[in-house]
Design a protein around this ligand. Structure first.
Ligand code: GDP
Length: 368
């Protein structure tokens, strides 16, 4: 172990164990800006190296936040709301001010009503028992609303330290990089990737006199869809550009498959329109509900791929949700898709076990 931190992910550099975080060769350590082997590979070859750090370590690190007098900036992935919630967040945060940042809004169609989105997000946070003092919707990647974010941070922090927290993959590192870039011209200081768990240690960035911003490690939570997909196939599931909807006119007893990770059965209602918002790489297939079982068994790693999955989750290892939708609603499959249903309906939704599914009144204009 050394006292030196990797400038990519913040983990403490060490030369002993290749499989543990912070590994660097002796010669790498002598360089001016040392970077661990994992970050090096990620940057130069876009290749991921698994390292072991359990969620206990992550929680211990986050628990140290409890002792601080600081502002907490909680970053949430608009496309994976449930997967963005940190377990025992309130306990970690105590009575600190919290700014909720809904990130990746560039993924939403232009027709999205952002103020409605923020209202719904506030309500969902409240349902999770999280009280945010303020909420803002941004795109870290596209630099949208970052000035507004900085203003809010500065007025809420009042000179205190700022901790950026969130589960993995919500965009914390991208956000900090963007803020650094805007403020200092430094680019890509922190390693970012679409693979969970990039930021392993805490990264501290001086904000000014006696004020510091910290990028904290992300916790991997079980409800994240990434658990069911190989790291190399995540790019098919997580959208990277504005999501376009595919609309289907459905009658009851019809089923939609979203890739091989989501199934929605229309069980009660009249002729209805279902708009599926998901990654451009996923295919959506319609079948009769009576044929759905056979269809999935036959096609789950063929017609319904990508991604390629380890087992037929929707037959062998799934959760099923029933919803009674009273009006135009969005069914949210965390990390996978929004399904906007135009009218009153009863639906049944199947997802790999522990992936969350929730419902909100629609945030898409036009679909009313
Ligand atoms: P972290 O684990 O929270 O630090 O997440 P990263 O910053 O590494 O980002 C995870 C993935 O989300 C990367 O592929 C980023 O390019 C992507 N990402 C981050 N912010 C945004 C955003 O505002 N919009 C979009 N479309 N993608 C984003």
């Amino acid at each position: 172990m050394t006292d030196i931190k990797c400038i990519g992910c913040g983990s403490v550099l060490q030369t002993n164990d290749k499989n543990k975080e912070g590994y660097i060769t002796e010669s790498g350590l002598k360089k001016d800006e040392p970077i661990c082997q994992r970050c090096y590979r990620l940057r130069h070859y876009n290749e991921v190296q698994e390292v072991s750090m359990d969620s206990g370590d992550f929680l211990t690190m986050l628990n140290s936040l409890y002792e601080t007098d600081s502002l907490i900036v909680k970053v949430i992935d608009v496309f994976d709301f449930e997967g963005s919630i940190i377990p025992s967040f309130n306990r970690i945060v105590g009575k600190k001010q919290v700014l909720a940042v809904i990130n990746k809004i560039d993924l939403l169609p232009k027709s999205t009503n952002t103020s409605r989105l923020v209202e719904r997000a506030k309500k969902m946070l409240k349902d999770e028992g999280i009280t945010a003092n303020d909420t803002i919707a941004i795109s870290a990647l596209k630099g949208k609303h970052l000035d507004e974010l900085l203003k809010k941070i500065s007025s809420m922090a009042q000179g205190k330290d700022v901790y950026i927290v969130g589960t993995t993959n919500v965009g914390k590192s991208t956000l900090i990089n963007k803020l650094l870039e805007d403020n200092t011209g430094l680019k890509h200081v922190i390693t970012t990737s679409n693979v969970p768990g990039t930021t392993l240690g805490m990264i501290d960035i001086p904000l000014g006199d006696n004020q510091t911003m910290y990028d904290t490690p992300g916790i991997v939570v079980d409800s994240q869809i990434s658990h069911f997909v190989k790291a190399s196939d995540l790019k098919f599931v997580s959208p990277t550009k504005e999501i376009k909807s595919k609309t289907f006119q459905l009658n009851i007893d019809q089923t939609l498959f979203i890739g091989n990770l989501g199934r929605i059965d229309y069980t009660e209602g009249g002729s209805n329109s279902f708009s599926v918002y998901c990654s451009q790489h996923l295919t959506v297939h319609r079948t009769k509900t009576t044929n759905a079982y056979d269809f999935y068994s036959k096609h789950f790693n063929e017609l319904l791929a990508p991604p390629t999955i380890e087992e037929d989750f929707l037959t062998s290892n799934y959760d099923e949700y029933q919803f009674d939708l009273h009006g135009a609603s969005d069914v949210l499959i965390s990390g996978l898709a929004f399904i906007s249903v135009a009218k009153k309906a009863k639906v049944s939704v199947r997802v790999p076990k522990d992936v969350n599914v929730t419902v909100r009144p629609t945030i898409f204009k036009g679909v009313q």
